[in-house]
Design a binder for this molecule. Structure first.
Ligand SMILES: [Fe+2]
Length: 484
């Protein structure tokens, strides 16, 4: 049904279904009168990591929260089709719309911008979107003013911050568009100086890239197995330098002191921290990649700020937060698996689908890495009571969604949550944000004198975060310990 055929009063009485798919992380969102009713990832229902398509089960769950009256889609499919036809890349572009409802299409980067700005508290901000590639856009700058979002600059393929990072992710033997976070973790173990000049020559300034990274890095002659950590360090260094240049340029161009940062590049928590030196305040929606754009498209159609309360927006396992059980288990076993309430919308487990552990024990990092069958160098993140965060970490802002890596100030006391470079990807928690997790930390602090726990995602190897009871059962059968 063409969108114009229905009576449409902007922002009033619509139940908007936002859809993102044919990308590397399909999702849907449902909003009504500016309230988020549901937001979830397809992969959690299909159990296929990075699922490109939404499925019957996620739509079925969504219908428990409301019946959509219209649809917002996160891309212009025909424009994407033209890019695939002319330049290659992702092989699918055609959305599957499962309801006979009016559909409005928004551009890929506009959906990112709307997801960020309309969930922020800002009334005025510069919005920067950096990813691998949308339809054609790869980098864009917008101004948010009141409820309006206006584009001020777009840069097209092949220039791309995301493709630069992904090409090197592939070069060091990881999956591009999926495992960039692992390469970021590797960078802490390397020496950036060895390959800096070489990597920098590929991306010497924000006006210039001397390579089409979409094709991957082909001159493998200069890499050996031992070099991978040094290359990761050089790539992270060059990325950070260019990111800082780009952000300064965006600030200068718009005169705005608040930043909304979106797109897959906003998941680079080591680089994100440096942006606090440039801006007065920063909002990164906790699902800044393409999966967040189902909410972005829905918000774009609503056309004004929506009520962002927290990221617990997905499948509901129900139940009270098991505060006492968690503490009892932590004291006994030092590790506890928790699955309760609504699933997190976004890549991070923030307490509802989490493994929590005692960060004081130096052996815990290896133990949890073994449980999760991850590479042993991979670091774990701390969750800390917000009011004590500044005493344990070099941080003077709240970080409720694990988006910033900052220096740990007492690494000898919590060795299992400190990375090789002395930083930690901190999640701060206050009473309003998650009363149950806050209570756990408060009790833990009164027992141990340490207001910090290790927090990592609860998932079976190679699979998405646990979602429903069947996943909980599968985990318990496989690993032989209970989830509470
Ligand atoms: Fe994107």
């Amino acid at each position: 049904m063409p969108f114009g055929q229905i009576l449409y009063i902007k922002g009033i009485r619509m139940i908007i279904l936002g859809i993102n798919e044919t990308s590397h992380d399909a999702s849907i969102s449902l909003i009504k009168d500016g309230e988020i009713l549901f937001a979830g990832h397809a992969e959690r229902y299909s159990k296929q990591k990075n699922d490109w398509y939404n499925n019957e089960d996620i739509y079925k769950d969504m219908l428990n929260y409301g019946t959509p009256t219209c649809i917002a889609y996160y891309e212009h499919p025909q424009l994407k089709r033209s890019r695939i036809f002319l330049r290659g890349g992702a092989a699918d572009w055609k959305p599957n719309i499962p309801f006979d409802l009016p559909v409005k299409y928004f551009s890929h980067h506009y959906s990112h911008a709307a997801a960020g700005y309309y969930t922020s508290k800002f009334n005025e901000a510069v919005i920067v979107v950096l990813d691998s590639i949308g339809e054609w856009n790869t980098s864009s700058i917008w101004i948010g003013n009141g409820d309006k979002i206006k584009n001020v600059e777009k840069i097209n393929y092949p220039f791309s911050f995301g493709l630069f990072y992904s090409a090197f992710t592939q070069l060091v033997g990881l999956m591009p568009n999926q495992e960039e976070y692992i390469m970021m973790g590797m960078s802490a173990y390397g020496d950036h100086s060895k390959y800096f000049d070489k990597v920098n020559s590929y991306f010497p300034s924000i006006k210039e890239q001397k390579y089409n990274f979409h094709k991957g890095i082909n001159d493998l002659g200069w890499i050996t197995e031992n070099d991978k950590f040094d290359i990761a360090a050089a790539v992270q260094k060059v990325y950070e330098l260019r990111l800082i240049e780009f952000m300064k340029y965006a600030k200068e161009k718009t005169g705005k002191r608040n930043l909304v940062f979106m797109g897959g590049c906003a998941l680079n928590c080591s680089a994100n921290t440096k942006l606090w030196d440039i801006f007065d305040d920063i909002w990164i929606m906790p699902n800044p990649g393409d999966a967040g754009s189902s909410l972005g498209a829905a918000a774009a159609l609503y056309g004004k700020h929506i009520n962002w309360k927290d990221p617990y927006l997905g499948y509901d396992l129900g139940g009270e937060y098991p505060v006492n059980n968690i503490i009892t288990q932590l004291i006994k076993e030092k590790v506890v698996a928790v699955a309760t309430g609504r699933a997190e919308y976004g890549p991070r487990a923030l307490g509802n689908r989490s493994i929590l552990a005692d960060p004081r024990d130096p052996a815990i990092k290896d133990k949890v890495n073994q449980i999760k069958k991850r590479e042993m160098f991979r670091p774990f993140a701390p969750v800390v009571l917000e009011e004590y965060a500044h005493k344990w970490f070099d941080i003077n802002f709240a970080s409720p969604y694990m988006q910033y890596a900052v220096k740990c100030l007492q690494p000898e006391k919590i060795p299992s949550v400190v990375h090789a470079d002395g930083t930690s990807r901190v999640q701060t928690v206050n009473k309003n944000q998650h009363p149950g997790l806050y209570k756990v930390l408060e009790n833990w602090y009164s027992i141990t004198g340490v207001p910090v726990l290790l927090n990592t995602s609860l998932n079976i190897k190679g699979q998405p975060l646990l979602n429903d009871l069947a996943d909980v059962q599968a985990w318990q059968d496989m690993y032989g310990f209970d989830i509470i």
